[in-house]
Design a protein around this ligand. Sequence first.
Ligand code: NAG
Ligand code: NAG
Ligand code: NAG
Ligand code: NAG
Ligand code: NAG
Length: 477
Amino acid sequence: MDKAWLFVNFLMVGVSLWTHNVKGLGVNWGTQANHRLSPSIVVQMLRDNGIRKVKLFDADESILSALSGSNIEVMVAIPNGDLASMLDENQARKWVERNVVRYNFRGGVNIKYVAVGNEPFLKSYNGTFEKATLPALRNVQNALNEVGVGGTVKATVPLNADVYESPKSNPVPSAGRFRPDIADLMTQMVQFMSQNNAPFTVNIYPFLSLYANPDFPFKYAFFGGGAAPLVDNGIQYTNVFDANFDTLVSALKAAGYGNMSIIVGEVGWPTDGDINANINNAFRFYQGLFPRIAANTGTPLRPGNIEMYLFGLLDEDAKSIEPGSFERHWGIFRYDGQPKFPLDPSGQNRDIYLVGAKNVKYLENEWCEFNSNARDLSNLGPSVDYACQFADCTPLGYGSSCHGLDAYGNASYAFNVYFQTQYQNLQSCDFGGLARLTTQNISTGNCNFTIQIASFALRAAAPVAFSFIAVFTSLFF
Ligand SMILES: *[C@@H]1O[C@H](CO)[C@@H](O)[C@H](O)[C@H]1NC(C)=O
Ligand SMILES: *[C@@H]1O[C@H](CO)[C@@H](O)[C@H](O)[C@H]1NC(C)=O
Ligand SMILES: *[C@@H]1O[C@H](CO)[C@@H](O)[C@H](O)[C@H]1NC(C)=O
Ligand SMILES: *[C@@H]1O[C@H](CO)[C@@H](O)[C@H](O)[C@H]1NC(C)=O
Ligand SMILES: *[C@@H]1O[C@H](CO)[C@@H](O)[C@H](O)[C@H]1NC(C)=O
């Protein structure tokens, strides 16, 4: 068949089906990458794919400027580290003025939610953000209400699924309750959000269930069935996503808020950095997820549409790998905005790809490799460690795309990724003679020795006219 025709057909069918059937679907746009795509390229990519909702992790001006006029629904965010400053009502008010009201005009940004913190009650934070979160939430929502946008802009707290659980003695969804150490806090928070018609936001990760527990039944992480079902009051649970979500529904019900609306703030599958993080498993996960979203399947306790945000849009090679090496590989697109595997937003699982980022500028086709003529190898180990400290070597690990290279291959990988991260600065491909340049693509098999994208220069500030209109408009609230 004619390729151009196929492409046009894909655009039309793909976009219209995504827009009409997959209303609830959004994406998380994180920016912890060594080289970022320009926000306008990313926004164009969202538009090309008919993606109508994005969730951010801050309120970056360059991103919000790029989203202006797009009509894409946006969740802006206050990072955990800024929660304490929101304890001051004036600070909360200022934040809302600066990051919400300022964009609230025709042709501005369609902000729907403010995320107050990100998984602030994560067990591993040892309670660091426990005191600040609820007062911050109150101050932010109150400020939204006071400036007159609270009817359409809701404050919510994206939470990890570890805020609820069912008892070990009765591990079924219907026994779900909030975690005892924060149960009162959760109840107060839910009460406040309910009063303001704000949704509960939860991040659900079947991959992490599998990662955390070697005995976890593999098929139960996906949607294809085949695992022994968990039976709860006559309901058969065949995947952990449904069971997890319904555990939350039960916890909310037990707290007296059984009909509260729930958003899935993050859901997805990584493609590298662990034995179960690969393109095949991610493809399998999304092949199960997308038809459910398109058909508004919901879960046994909450059938119907569930608003969901995929995690994530792009790979982020500068994220902390404290949770695991997979952390840098959650994108449905690679670091450069190119799709990794087929994904059919209509839920029909046709063999089609999302539209990749356009006009991406790459650095030259130059790689850095281990210099096989080097005589003194005594610094090889420390040099590799140094490179990997400042660049992303996670593909070298066990179960990952470049595992199995020999020691020199490892060194080449590390030297190259460092060289690329340093914008191919010649001095960054030396390592005391251990490294050298090459114009040969030294990728092997599944192991990509990537060429980085050229830099995205941060715009100095929002254009004057834009700021002026925003300030001007904000006077009328
Ligand atoms: C939480 O406590 C554990 C164990 O005491 C410690 O290793 C970890 O660094 C702490 N994390 C934070 C964020 O304070
Ligand atoms: C929950 O129930 C209350 C009272 O019955 C109603 O006002 C509210 O709209 C309901 N919320 C949802 C999300 O259905
Ligand atoms: C290459 O690096 C990886 C990740 O550090 C390591 O697991 C592997 O053993 C290394 N291979 C050799 C041959 O040194
Ligand atoms: C290098 O080779 C790999 C594997 O053959 C390929 O996927 C990649 O696109 C190539 N890179 C460039 C910049 O041509
Ligand atoms: C390697 O990169 C090329 C494009 O440069 C891409 O087509 C291919 O899918 C990549 N392979 C992997 C395993 O990431």
